[in-house]
Ligand binder design. Structure first.
Ligand code: NAD
Ligand code: MG
Length: 384
């Protein structure tokens, strides 16, 4: 039986790894929509290879190039934010949400309303929208499957158990490429050093987030929405080998963990095949070769991002959306060489201190908070 699938952010790291899995069993899938921001040629190549029904570039100025690259096919080409949401709203069995940033929120909400399973990689969308998104999921009834490796691990460890019996959820963090650096060294870290992740091959934004630990901060908020056990039961431990992807401890002190290679195709496959399993091309874990697994408490003096995220979710209202927007602005400025590495979290903190956003009730409210927080953060860049 074939299943229909749309991939939002098909040209990115998660999008391409999803396509890599589909490529291995093409007869099982009917590709509906593939989207990108502007990589028109790459998108058209994928759309042709997978016989997609529609290809969408979010940046409308890239549409002529997409049209040109699709000449001679009957694949529909579209451009712009509205077209992206329209494509995301077309009924499919599963949508993989792999756009980076709050830019993915409106299409994710469109996919939720259409009702098919949602495999969510786009953590910034859930961090920003929080209850607005979980309420939409409850209302429209899609199955929400977490692609993020930690949340996918937790989801797997919860199967067959009652969430009421959970004593503690522990998110593991690799600590990123700068884990052992001193504060002075961190102040001088360059974009190239920050994106050189030891275990995972990812897009630039999440790679910087891993280096600052904001990725874990965002994941802490993401976990709070996906697995509502209470913030006091959500913990973070640094585990540099990224072999244990997260753990769930139950009231009887039994801890279940999910282990696997540091390759996103494992959690993506778990979502694509859920509730069954499918083959992946990775090697089995060789624990004897890995030798040792180590664990450390997070150091919030050098990496304040997890503290900021915890404070933002405790503050509630528009604070998580503000944290996310300010981080997106600061990471872009860091990658452009405008601010230093430690300025990223400093800009996030000063934005949170200066802009107090109301609690969003609707998608438009979230997008307003996101816009306001971006301009507040942009103003903070001047002082960084
Ligand atoms: P990426 O930068 O490699 O790809 C992003 C995709 O989104 C691309 O297809 C790009 O064209 C599209 N895109 C970018 N900006 C857009 C915009 N403004 N509007 C519409 N489309 C846009 O990112 P990635 O590493 O694949 O990450 C995607 C999401 O998955 C992020 O939220 C990230 O946090 C999450 N995630 C990634 C990994 C990983 O291993 N890469 C792991 C866990 C979670
Ligand atoms: Mg993760």
């Amino acid at each position: 039986m074939t299943r229909s699938i749309s991939i939002l952010g098909a040209t990115g790291s998660v999008g391409e790894q999803t396509l890599d899995l589909i490529r291995r069993n093409p007869d099982e899938w009917q590709v509906e929509a593939l989207t990108a921001n502007c990589s028109a040629k790459q998108l058209a190549t994928f759309a042709r290879e997978f016989s997609a029904k529609i290809a969408v570039v979010s940046d409308e100025s890239c549409l002529p190039e997409l049209r040109e690259a699709l000449v001679g096919t009957d694949i529909e080409a579209a451009g712009g934010r509205a077209a992206l949401c329209e494509a995301a709203s077309r009924p499919v069995d599963i949508t993989v949400a792999a756009i980076v940033g709050c830019a993915g929120l409106a299409p994710v909400m469109a996919a939720i309303e259409q009702g098919g399973t949602l495999a969510l990689a786009n953590k910034e969308a859930l961090v920003s929208a929080g209850d607005v998104m979980t309420a939409a999921v409850a209302k429209h009834g899609p199955t929400l499957l977490p692609v993020d490796s930690e949340h996918n691990a937790i989801f797997q460890c919860l199967q067959g158990n009652d969430i009421a019996d959970v004593a503690r959820i522990t998110l593991t963090a690799s600590g990123g490429p700068l884990r052992t650096w001193s504060l002075d060294q961190l102040r001088a870290a360059t974009p190239a050093q920050a994106i050189a992740h030891p275990n995972w091959d990812m897009g630039a934004k999440i790679s910087v987030d891993s280096a600052t630990m904001m990725n874990k901060g965002l994941e802490y908020i993401e976990a709070h929405h996906l697995f509502p056990v209470g913030l006091d039961r959500l913990k973070i431990v640094v585990h540099p080998q990224s072999v244990i992807h997260s753990m769930v401890e139950y009231r009887d002190k039994s801890t279940l963990a999910q282990l696997g290679p540091s390759d996103m195709r494992v959690p993506i496959a778990s979502c694509l095949a859920w509730p069954r399993r499918m083959d992946t091309p990775m090697e089995s874990l060789d624990l004897a070769a890995i030798g040792e697994l180590s664990f450390f408490a997070p150091d919030e003096a050098r990496f304040p991002a997890t503290r900021l995220a915890r404070e933002a979710i405790e503050a509630g209202a528009g604070a998580p959306a503000t944290l996310n927007a300010a981080n997106e602005v600061a990471v872009a400025a860091f990658l452009a060489g405008q601010i230093g590495f430690m300025d990223i979290t400093a800009v996030v903190e000063s934005t949170l201190n200066r802009y107090s956003a109301p609690a969003p009730q609707t998608l438009d409210d979230v997008l307003n908070v996101d816009r306001e927080a971006r301009s507040a953060a942009t103003a903070q860049l001047e002082t960084a």
